[in-house]
Ligand binder design. Structure first.
Ligand code: CUA
Length: 308
């Protein structure tokens, strides 16, 4: 994920991100100039006033009222500029326009779920229309997470039993990384997604397509995006076992018992992951998947059965 990693800030993807950057660079450059002035003055004075022999006695120093006033007044003005400017940007970042398009975001170890008003749901891609304000209403199913879109300069904690929100207006069609920035367990670093900003027409078409009734295995494949951080579909073991071609296999569990993989076993392992722990794996799968709808569960089972 993400080929735009850099020590520099990614290009701002919203107008407000540009304002955040302006403020950031103002603080950065005033700090840099003041730091340079202090260090240069220090070096100059160290050389100029170095004690040259034991009998050196410095002349008494007369204070300069102008100099003293300057170092009180100038920093005070700078701090007030940063405060008013920062407050202005903060208020803009915290207040979504009332006509914003709203999307519900649910964080769960270790994936994001994006639910749209029209009934569509997505997991690894957050579809948004370009040129229209979008507000995300976010909550968590388990622990603290934090939702971060570096290109949009928006970031907010996502908290269980409470709603928080961010808003943005993408300026250009494109893809932008989403990261979880609150350590939330084993697969925290894999808890990524991306914003896919598309034109209004493409967005409407995508919503219409998603809201249709899909064949169970196709729906299941979409839902499975939530599982990919831990379960591969190509045979590679991860945090959890790979699900490639497991249907019909005989599995051995940590308590020594065995079972053949059938529909019931798959469903049980999704909604009650502690019931059977595969030998060689830790009991770390989150319990939250029991909150999926029956349709989504049926879809997942159908999809896993179809894997070869
Ligand atoms: Cu979710 Cu880190």
């Amino acid at each position: 994920m993400g080929d735009n990693g850099s020590v520099w800030l990614p290009d701002p993807g919203t107008a407000l991100a540009g304002e955040v950057d302006s403020l950031f660079w103002f603080v950065f450059w005033t700090s840099t100039v003041m730091f340079a002035m202090v260090v240069l003055a220090k070096v100059y004075f160290m050389v100029k006033y170095k004690r040259k022999d034991d009998r050196d006695v410095p002349a008494p120093v007369e204070e300069s009222k102008i100099l003293e006033a300057a170092w009180i007044v100038v920093p005070t003005i700078l701090v007030l500029i940063v405060f008013t400017w920062g407050f202005d940007v903060f208020v803009k970042l915290s207040s979504a326009p009332p006509d914003a398009y709203q999307i519900n975001v649910r964080a769960q170890q270790w994936s994001w779920e994006f639910a749209y008003d029209e009934g569509a749901t997505s997991y690894t891609e957050l579809y948004v229309p370009v040129g229209r304000p979008v507000k995300l209403n976010m909550t968590s199913a388990d622990v603290l997470h934090s939702f971060y879109i570096p290109s949009f300069r928006v970031k907010h904690d996502v908290i269980p039993n409470r709603y928080t929100s961010v808003w943005f207006q993408a300026e250009e069609a494109g893809e932008y990384n989403i990261h979880c920035t609150e350590y939330c367990g084993t697969q925290h670093s894999g808890m990524n997604a991306k914003v896919v900003a598309v034109s209004e027409e493409d967005f409407a078409a995508w919503i219409a397509e998603q809201s249709q009734d899909l064949p169970p295995a196709v729906l299941g494949q979409q839902v499975f995006a939530q599982c990919q951080a831990c379960h591969s579909i190509d045979g590679t073991p991860g945090i959890g076992p790979s699900l490639a071609g497991i249907y019909g296999e005989e599995h051995e569990f940590t308590d020594g018992s065995t079972a053949v993989v059938d529909d019931d076993y798959l469903l049980e392992s999704i909604i009650n992951p502690m019931a059977k722990i595969r030998k060689g794996y830790q009991p770390v799968m989150p319990a939250g998947f029991s909150a999926l709808s029956q349709k989504q569960l049926d879809g997942l089972v159908a999809y896993i059965k179809s894997l070869e």
